[in-house]
Ligand binder design. Sequence first.
Ligand code: SF4
Length: 345
Amino acid sequence: MTVWINEEKVFSLIEEKKPRGIVLNAPGGLLKQTRGLMDKIKERYGIPSVLVGDSCFGICDTVDNEVEKLGADMALHIGHNAVVQTVGDYTYLIDAVDDVKFDGVLNTAIPLMKEFHKIGLVTFSQHLNELESAKATLEDAGFEVKIGRKNNLLLGSQIFGCDFSTIHPLRNEVDAFCFLGQSEFHVVGLALATGKPTYMLDPYLQEVTNMEEAAEERRKRAILAVYKALDARTIGVITGLKEGQRMIGRSRWITKRLEMHGRKVLQLAMREITPERLAPYRDVDAFIQTACPRISIDGFTFDRPVLSIPQADALVRLMDGKEIGDFLERPKWIELTVGLLPRRR
Ligand code: SF4
């Protein structure tokens, strides 16, 4: 089982655009393949390329702003397949596809899913190519199978860790969701955002996992953090500096609401939000970050509440005297700004 980068696309881009230098970035799991691609680019075209070694967790982590600093004129962002193909002035999204098959795990899943009739099928970037054949297998076994509609960012039934908008509209039409892939990160998000029974179909271990317990644990933790933040007098509002997470408008809106409710606000901006980075702000009782929601929902263990946007909305509701509500059950936890990076040329 191998993950393949779409090298043909890279080679035709190079032949068409004739770049002087290339900047690349990729998630941790694709670094080996990306380094192999860099070797091929050097061998074939003699063009220098630089791999940006900062963390790359999602499609929000593009490096368009680094291209000029590194004396290059093209960037390749590897592995986060999407409808969007270019970002900013220089960046092209390059797909990567996993060739693992799901026949084995689907055979395990079919008898376990018998209590459900209508299934929503979901996956992430690397397994999109397996959706149709998995759908056919489940239909042959007697299930009614739904695939989510593509939109301006995501392909059909695709999800990111913060964006479930392709399948969220299906939640009232299906009895359960089946996620194709080995990613607790994605499937817990799916369970929380839809509130439906959700199963992970892992093609590597050939295991089927009911995500109810893991999702419930994250949900309780998220609620507890909101109630703890209610007691905070000074709150840090952090805007993320990553290219796909530019949520300054949301940060300002939250700041305004907190100040209306008598809280002192310190506005911060950060690329990486970690316990170490927050440690110097000892006088701050709680934080709200408008960057990646997963930092708050299943990321680090912080010593103070660090809320995501959905949790911040819940906090404002409580301050307004309303019910906390099912704040995680929504199609998107942030509005990614991928593809909206302003062009400078
Ligand atoms: S903001 Fe969304 S796309 Fe970016 S790392 Fe977080 S979950 Fe992934």
